[in-house]
Design a protein around this ligand. Structure first.
Ligand SMILES: Cc1cc2nc3c(=O)[nH]c(=O)nc-3n(C[C@H](O)[C@H](O)[C@H](O)COP(=O)(O)OP(=O)(O)OC[C@H]3O[C@@H](n4cnc5c(N)ncnc54)[C@H](O)[C@@H]3O)c2cc1C
Ligand code: SF4
Ligand code: SF4
Length: 840
């Protein structure tokens, strides 16, 4: 029996084992694996998740018994110290000796620690292993107990450095990134995109210091500051070094294998080192003069080494290694693929930049405009997967290549077409080499029925995870084409529908995002699930957006709608559209003082536009002092209840529409829901308040009110349908409580009431039976829940004004109260307007 020894039980060493046992005969080969770390291989790519759950098991690539179950001898906590090529043996740290027929070096790399004076001080960490993270967490806890405003810097503004910066921020330390180069992510981004990313990161609270060479780390025993030059230093209490990697090639060096000039064990396209019985794979291997710090090339190397050892000489490593990457930093979309910085002789670039929205998109296309050569996406990487596929598979570009980053402008159709248009051979998961055909065939053959089954069966999406959205689209499209039901789950982090998650949070009484993740999710969460969970909290407990502002979308986070020039709108609530002259005067004074554009809106209130982020608390203080409240114009929540003047003034009026509209608006103000909610009350069937164009509309008739539900204006107008006739105010409120609460519980994210009713089996008749006849025996609970929300209401702008600690997020720049000077207005009809689009 031949012995194969694998040195290193990291991601690539593990992948070698997995592929080897799948292809080799147990009778012919014996596999022995040495790992220096105390635990079996784990998922280093998702290491940062350890900060949230501190669950090492959740990161394991396979449980410890997987090795013995597959006849693999795993020897953990044991370092291989020497290779004796002549005798074909290795020795280990406990002085044991083992023979091999084939040796596979998968020793990975170590973080590069630059030789800076003072780097050995306490409080300086690297970011590579679970033990590193445990050390960082313990140190951060100790710091925070002594110094609540402790600062942590990350040395290195690359992919990993930014991930580390987010991690220290989540640990409650003030984060700083110190980068030697003039831009962030120097390998992936050009100067302009780096600038856009920098501004976005700064808006999230991460301080960026570029062009800084660290000369010295200051402090007695522990780090106290980083010194860059004379009179140029940054006070910090902790430092995480993320300045690149160095291959762990010491075993190769001492046994005389060929090495690269700057390290790494040289391999050919069979993954053989200069000794044909010794292979090197992963981050220790120098292939094509490069060390590839990504899992996908490592996995391909593992596959090639397995095939070569099993005698398949045809299996060779490709010469073109795809280095496309997507940053896993929550709150910022960053991706680059192919050749992000293409030389001008190869083709030309198409750029789109909108600084105020932190957006930058660049694609590089061949001179004939037919082929995509690479690109950079910052701020919106939603199209990364499909662009990446177009690049990998050489898919011809549309006639107007700029549509790929601008979207189609004429017919509204998607420029990308469907994922199903990709060829079957298109490689969807580069880490695991899984094609579109492999994924779809598991569904058509009936082997798998959902995304998780496909992932565990094909392994697609289990590496860096970047392709998961596309795997999910392919699975759903294939299921639909077979006429099977597709469960609309929230995202990769929650395998539930919104309604299911709502139920779980309610039953388990979960109150923070991480409690929800722990209870029923996985990973860190994303831009989809975080605001959704925030909305569920609001719908269950009437939590305002101030409670966990980091999980809100940006409008909710700043309690204002961002406008197209990066300023914000201020919209005070004016219930029923009724306002006193005194309050009108205050709005006028505030508008004048802060130079805001004022406009009366379709919802019968007055919007003030053009406010700088820094000014929002001061503006709101003046409004709140005058008796105004937040109008929630930014939230997926109740906007307005519009009314006509009704019987108070109108000679046709049959009831007091203004009073009832005010009552309803005050009752449901602040109510968060799957989408925005609008209401209307008209004093007679002439319908001057357009109540039937709203989510709920009330119209006075002979003998009471008629209640209509599930209408809307907007792009697809829909008239509301009659739910109940000739009811009094009390009954109307009771039915509305039930209807709204049932919608909030059961609708999909971003689904308005009209679309929800369309999907409700039995339609309006079913809704009547639930709301009026209580066919689901839920009425009491729905009313109680709604009353709880009404009683718990607090104006979130008042909270901000009353609690100083909530005001720190309303800043353009982290360390200063200055305004954003880039915002320019021009005059228009005696007011201001944003400078028209030019470079954008
Ligand atoms: C925080 C973080 C985030 C990352 N994110 C991404 C990402 O998003 N996408 C991506 O593609 N890549 C990412 N990477 C990189 C990716 O994790 C690596 O490319 C991958 O882990 C390399 O695998 P490897 O097996 O070559 O090395 P490693 O995973 O480092 O494994 C090597 C193992 O060998 C052991 N070893 C070394 N010498 C010996 C010896 N003499 N005897 C016994 N054992 C030994 C080491 O202790 C280690 O356990 C990330 C890395 C980190 C740290
Ligand atoms: S809806 Fe009827 S009551 Fe109201 S303003 Fe119009 S006509 Fe008058
Ligand atoms: S109709 Fe269009 S342009 Fe006008 S406010 Fe609404 S979204 Fe903006």
């Amino acid at each position: 029996m031949k012995k194969v020894i694998v040195v290193g039980n990291g991601m690539v060493g593990y992948k070698f084992c997995e592929k080897f046992i799948a292809k080799a005969s147990k009778e012919e080969f014996k596999l022995i694996v040495f790992g220096e770390e105390p635990r079996p291989a784990y998922d280093r790519v998702h290491l940062s998740e350890y900060f949230q759950n501190q669950d090492a098991k959740a990161l394991e690539l396979a449980p410890a018994n997987w090795y013995s179950d597959n006849d693999i001898e795993l020897i953990s906590n044991e370092r291989v110290t020497d290779i004796h090529r002549k005798s074909k043996t290795i020795t280990t740290s406990s002085d044991e000796s083992y023979e091999y027929d084939y040796l596979v070096l998968a020793t990975g790399s170590l973080p590069f620690v630059p030789p800076i004076e003072g780097v050995e001080k306490e409080g300086v960490f690297v970011y590579r292993t679970i033990e590193d993270l445990e050390g960082m967490m313990a140190y951060a806890d100790m710091l925070k107990a002594k110094k609540p405003d402790a600062k942590a810097a990350v040395l290195g503004g690359g992919l990993l450095g930014l991930e580390a910066a987010k991690a220290v921020m989540d640990m409650g330390l003030e984060p700083h990134v110190v980068e030697f180069a003039q831009k962030l992510m120097p390998r992936q981004l050009d100067l302009r995109s780096s600038k856009v990313l920098q501004v976005k990161l700064e808006s999230l609270g991460i301080n960026i210091h570029l062009n800084k060479a660290t000369n010295q780390i200051l402090g007695d025993r522990a780090i106290e500051a980083m010194e860059f030059g004379e009179d140029d230093k940054l006070d910090v209490d902790m430092l995480v070094i993320s300045a690149g990697i160095r291959p762990r090639d010491e075993l190769g060096k001492t046994c005389g294998l060929d090495m690269g000039v700057r390290g790494g064990i040289t391999v050919n396209n069979k993954m053989q080192t200069s000794d044909p019985e010794i292979f090197a794979i992963g981050e220790v291997a120098l292939y094509n003069h490069m060390i590839y710090g990504l899992v996908a090339p490592g996995y391909e190397m593992a596959d090639v080494a397995v095939e070569q050892i099993l005698g398949n000489e045809e299996a060779l490593m490709s010469s073109d290694i795809d280095m496309s990457t997507k940053l896993k930093l929550i709150g910022v979309d960053v991706a680059s693929f192919g050749e992000p910085f293409m030389p001008a002789e190869k083709g030309h670039s198409i750029l789109f930049e909108n600084k105020t929205k932190y957006l930058y998109k660049r694609i590089n296309v061949s001179h004939d405009g037919k082929t995509l050569l690479g690109g950079i996406l910052v701020g919106d990487a939603a199209d990364y997967n499909i662009l990446h596929q177009m690049y990998l598979n050489g898919i011809p570009l549309p006639e107007n290549a700029e549509d790929l980053i601008l979207g189609t402008r004429a017919d509204g159709g998607s420029v990308f077409g469907s994922v199903m248009d990709l060829p079957d051979a298109a490689q969807i998961c580069s880490c695991e080499s899984v094609s579109k055909g492999d994924i779809c065939s598991t569904i058509t053959s009936g082997e798998c029925n959902n995304v998780s089954e496909v992932m565990s069966c094909t392994k697609a999406g289990t590496g860096c995870g970047g392709c998961k959205p596309m795997v999910s689209d392919l699975v759903n499209e294939t299921l639909k084409s077979l006429g099977k039901e597709v469960k609309e789950t929230i995202c990769d982090h929650f395998n539930y529908t919104r309604q299911e998650l709502f139920g779980i949070i309610k039953v388990k009484k979960l109150t923070t995002f991480y409690e929800v993740l722990d209870a029923c999710g996985e990973g860190d969460g994303c831009e989809t699930c975080k605001p959704l969970v925030a909305s569920i909290f609001a719908s269950l407990y009437n939590d305002t957006a101030n409670k966990e502002d980091v999980i809100q979308d940006s409008n909710d986070k700043f309690l204002a709608n961002i406008q197209r020039n990066g300023t914000y709108s201020v919209v005070p609530r004016i219930p029923g559209g009724e306002i006193t002259p005194q309050k009108l005067i205050v709005i006028g004074q505030v508008g004048e003082k802060y130079n805001l554009y004022t406009k009366i809106t379709g919802g019968q209130r007055i919007d003030l536009f053009g406010a700088q982020l820094n000014d929002l608390p001061a503006i709101w203080k003046e409004l709140i002092d005058a008796g105004f409240e937040s109008g929630h114009a930014y939230g997926k929540s109740l906007r307005t209840v519009k009314s006509c003047v009704g019987s108070t003034w109108c000679r046709y009026g049959m009831d007091e529409s203004v009073s009832f509209a005010i009552d309803l608006e005050n009752r449901y103000k602040g109510l968060r829901s799957p989408h925005k909610l609008k209401g209307g009350v008209s004093g007679c069937i002439r319908e001057c308040a357009e109540a039937r164009g709203k989510d709920f509309g009330v119209i006075a008739v002979e003998g009471g009110w008629n209640l209509y539900v599930c209408g809307n204006g907007g792009a697809t107008p829909k008239h509301a349908l009659l739910l109940a006739e000739q009811i009094d105010n009390e009954t109307c409120i009771k039915y509305l409580d039930r209807f709204l609460m049932y919608y909030i519980r059961t609708a999909a994210p971003l689904m308005r009431t009209a679309a929800w009713l369309d999907k409700l089996e039995g339609g309006i008749e079913q809704l009547k039976s639930i709301v009026i006849d209580d066919s689901l025996n839920l009425a009491e609970e729905l009313e109680k829940d709604m009353q709880g929300l009404v009683d718990a209401y607090e104006c979130e702008w008042t909270q901000v004004i009353e609690r100083e600690e909530l005001q720190s997020r309303f800043k353009h720049f982290i360390n200063s109260d200055e305004k954003d000077d880039n915002i320019v207005f021009v005059p228009m009809r005696d007011q201001i307007m944003p400078e028209p689009w030019t470079s954008n």
